[in-house]
Design a protein around this ligand. Structure first.
Ligand SMILES: Cc1ncc(COP(=O)(O)O)c(C=O)c1O
Length: 424
């Protein structure tokens, strides 16, 4: 059976809503390389969407999982607890830029966001939530409502939960300044909802699905002040930005603020389904016992993996590696932009969260989603796994494992250049 035959079977067996970027059926993956069922090798510039920051099949993480499975794999944290969850909570509480933090564990990113909203509502006894255009917070009903990207996440799935309001996310490249965003919030307070009814503002420090736009310096501080003034909970969604991806453990550290709550998942357990909300103890303790959690929340296997992930991030200095990867990749991309100024509109990055915005005629207002799609396909043919993003689908994101070997990174960048060259 080859990739296309499996893809045909997949299309018959799995509903099309759970789509496929490229029909490459994986047989094996190691660090930053993936082999398909035909033995073809790929360089992975996606990390399974920012999950395997520590590389595929890291021996230390695999061993931690094997040891855990040999002991036990499930009892339910709420029924018969285990020390792995307590140890992990203690380490996360110490790692976040929040004094006196507590944690809860769930299974997916969307669930972490749902629970952060529940906690903010229980704490404030308010219901309103402010989110941003282009934000992505998940595919469950509440998180779809928070998400600010219509296709493919919201189209056809309404109605969405009430009392959610969206404002523009500050993006200099598209002429939206921090002042525009703050003015939109002020306008909301006069036109739609009084600040005394707003429970939380939720923001990604670098928008992920929305197009890899980092928040401008100073903006999170302005949101922090606004939240303090009105008693609103500030939630930083670090599900994609967390765990060394941006050159710091959490991207909010770049902004010198203390979020009230941080949502995390993806890189937390290096590929095992685990998510968390970590936040100020007095806010985290608002819901009553039993109000949070879930059957698999804080699975012992996920916790064991996450403890090993934290060790690997420290031992292999992955924050520094992310910064170095970012600089190296952006150096290469700048050369590409000089060669193709008409189609590469902007290159931006925070650490190893790197984006290329593709446009027509060098114009920020002429997004080129067709080129982004074609580039992902062309790269895949040549053995490079790439992802696109952006509310207009015209951004290529580069998310290598932070453990990527230098020669493999260089090889991947050469494949990227060749793929673009073949298309323009
Ligand atoms: C910022 C952000 N929040 C939430 C989610 C949802 O996470 P999950 O897909 O694990 O539910 C994602 C996933 O891409 C994300 O990037």
């Amino acid at each position: 059976m080859n990739n296309l035959e499996w893809q045909q079977r997949k299309e018959k067996a799995i509903a099309r809503g759970q789509g496929t970027m490229a029909p490459v059926y994986v047989a094996k993956a190691l660090n930053s390389e993936v082999w398909d069922i035909t033995g073809k090798r790929y360089i992975d510039f996606s990390s399974g969407i920012a999950v395997v920051n520590t590389g595929h099949s890291h021996p230390k993480i695999q061993q931690a999982v094997i040891n855990q499975v040999n002991n036990f794999s499930h009892t339910c944290l709420m029924v018969s607890p285990y020390d792995e969850a307590v140890l992990l909570a203690e380490r996360l509480n110490a790692a976040v830029p929040i004094k006196n933090a507590k944690s809860i564990f769930v299974t997916t990113g969307a669930e972490a966001v749902e629970n952060a909203i529940k906690i903010a509502r229980a704490h404030t006894k308010r219901s309103g939530i402010i989110a941003f255009h282009g934000g992505f917070h998940g595919r469950t009903n509440l998180t779809m409502g928070l998400t600010g990207k219509v296709a493919p996440y919201k189209a056809g799935f309404g109605p969405f939960p009430a009392d959610i309001y969206h404002v523009p996310f500050p993006i200099d490249y598209h002429g939206i300044t921090a002042e525009h965003s703050l003015a939109a919030i002020d306008n909301l307070f006069h036109a739609d909802i009084e600040p005394e009814r707003v429970a939380a503002i939720i923001i990604e420090p670098v928008q992920g699905e929305g197009g890899f736009y980092p928040v401008p310096q100073g903006f999170l501080k302005q949101l922090r002040d606004l939240c303090d003034k009105h008693g609103i909970v500030l939630i930083c969604d670090e599900i994609q930005t967390g765990f060394a991806r941006t050159g710091k453990m959490f991207a909010s550290e770049y902004h010198g603020i203390e979020p009230d709550l941080i949502t995390m998942a993806k890189g937390l357990a290096g590929g095992f389904p685990l998510a968390a909300v970590v936040g100020k103890a007095e806010i985290m303790d608002a819901p009553n016992p039993g109000g949070l959690g879930g059957t698999y929340g804080g699975s012992p296997v996920g916790c064991a993996a996450a403890l090993a992930v934290l060790d690997v991030i420290e031992e292999e200095k992955l924050c520094d590696k992310a910064t170095a990867i970012g600089e190296q990749v952006v150096g290469h991309l700048n050369q590409m932009q000089k060669q193709y100024p008409q189609c590469i509109g902007q290159i931006r990055h925070l650490g190893a969260m790197i984006a290329i915005e593709l446009v027509k005629n060098g114009d920020a207002n002429q997004p080129n989603a067709d080129l982004a799609k074609a580039l992902v396909q062309e790269a895949s043919k040549r053995g490079l796994i790439l992802l696109s993003c952006g509310i207009r689908g015209n951004v290529i994101r580069i998310l290598t494992p932070l453990t990527i070997q230098d020669n493999v990174l260089q090889e991947g960048l050469a494949l990227l250049s060749q793929s673009l060259e073949a298309l323009v």
